[in-house]
Design a protein around this ligand. Structure first.
Ligand SMILES: *Cc1c(COP(=O)(O)O)cnc(C)c1O
Length: 418
């Protein structure tokens, strides 16, 4: 049977299923971008293959080094966070690890806030320590303590606003200023702010991102949370505004073989247009629930940065509330359940919730609850925290009223005040 690949592949030809001459017309446009998948990427000639440049995103060389889908997501995430360059990685934790591995070497020291995302501390105490990279934990609420701990070996300072679980909001601009003074790189875990509550590369909100204004060097973001918004994707990003620093991160990224799946990138692209609306909704619901907790006798302390009396509230106001009353604050807060209740009573309260699911992570449509043992997570019990059992809530997109009814029924059953 005649089988001319160039002109008329036979319907019976399996080769024709692979080398098919049909090309759909160009110019297709629709709300969502196309999804490009590849390990292999073709070059028209060997010469082209040899000279093709991948580092500046002007072309394609290999799936791991970028596709139209990942380039597009990177650029949109830069727009979200006010950055210029972005790398995608398979999880938020991988973003933190990439930053550490890209900028630290044997003999260096990294400073981490004592209330940081736990696995970031574990990475420092595990692989980084094994590589001869030391770490110290600083008090996130004491800029003096940060300054004191910076030495000539300090190469990287991690920042997080607010801290995971206990939700203290640090004086972020002051912390960045102190890193700047000492010439130390500062990287922010920007998962909570998500590029919406404040601008990591324009902390003084004077519109002068990067040079001239106050900016972090690196923003790492667990896209798993609000950018995904579905509880169904794991991904992270590392955003910068410095070409040399970005290249250092990019080369490390390449050598480590990190990449993300096209369908996951597509899911995040699908969710990004609604992130601001979802973030505001999560925020509003969290505030309604937090306000309810404030009226409950079982609540010894409320940890929500937008509430008066919460640790670092004034810092949150200064950074996020440029228009008074209009600041944003994510859908996350913690409650210290009074010490008169045992751990098992608090556990039973969490188990007794019907709408709140028990599970890690946040940012999806379903509200989540997790009790934490703060004593095991910190160097020492922080002086500003009341005694008790900490429960962290992350609000989904359910109705606030239904969620409050749920809290009410389980508190009544398991945290009796009598
Ligand atoms: C969830 C989270 C991470 C890690 O994200 P994963 O995608 O789950 O690895 C890092 N930092 C913060 C603050 C987070 O909340």
């Amino acid at each position: 049977m005649q089988n001319d690949l160039q002109h008329s592949p036979s319907v019976a030809s399996i080769t024709g299923l692979i080398h098919h001459p049909y090309t759909p017309p160009a110019g297709f446009e629709a709300p969502q971008p196309g999804v490009f998948k590849a390990s292999t990427v073709y070059f028209p000639t060997v010469a082209d293959m040899r000279q093709r440049e991948w580092k500046d995103k002007s072309a394609y060389t290999y799936g791991l080094h970028g596709t139209p889908t990942t380039y597009l997501l990177e650029e949109r995430l830069c727009a979200l966070e006010g950055g210029l360059q972005c790398m995608l990685v398979p999880s938020g934790l991988a973003a933190l690890a990439l930053v550490a591995l890209a900028v630290l070497k044997t003999g260096d020291e990294v400073l981490i806030p004592d209330n940081a995302y736990g696995p970031n501390k574990a990475l420092a105490d595990g692989e980084l320590r094994h590589f001869g990279i030391t770490h110290r934990f600083y008090d996130p609420m004491d800029p003096q303590d940060l300054s004191r701990q910076i030495t000539d070996r300090t190469r990287l300072v991690w920042l997080e606003a607010p801290g995971s679980v206990s939700m203290e909001f640090p004086d972020l601009p002051e912390m960045v200023r102190r890193c700047r003074e000492r010439g130390v790189l500062c990287a922010l875990d920007n998962t909570w702010g998500a590029g919406l509550a404040f601008q990591p590369f324009d902390l003084l909100a004077d519109g002068a991102a990067g040079e001239g204004s106050l900016a972090v060097d690196i923003s790492a973001h667990a896209l798993t949370k609000y950018p995904s918004g579905g509880g169904d994707v794991l991904m992270g990003s590392v955003i910068t505004r410095d070409a040399a620093l970005h290249l250092q991160i990019k080369l490390c990224h390449m050598r480590l073989g990190l990449g993300v799946a096209a369908n996951d990138a597509e899911t995040v692209l699908r969710s990004l247009p609604s992130i601001a609306l979802r973030y505001a909704a999560h925020d509003q619901t969290a505030r309604a629930l937090a306000a309810w907790w404030q009226t409950q006798p079982q609540c010894a302390q409320l940890m929500h940065p937008a509430f008066e009396g919460a640790p670092g509230h004034a810092h949150w106001q200064a950074l996020c509330e440029r228009v008074p009353g209009r600041g944003l604050a994510a859908g996350l807060f913690s409650v210290m359940i009074d010490a008169r209740f045992s751990q098992s009573q608090v556990d039973a309260f969490c188990d007794g919730l019907k709408l709140f699911k028990i599970g890690y992570s946040w940012g999806g449509p379903v509200s989540l609850v997790v009790p934490y043992n703060i004593a095991s997570m910190r160097q020492a019990w922080p002086g500003h925290l009341k005694p008790g059992t900490l429960v962290r809530f992350s609000t989904g997109l359910e109705s606030a009223q239904d969620l409050i009814l749920d809290l009410h029924q389980s508190a009544k059953a398991h945290l009796p005040m009598a």
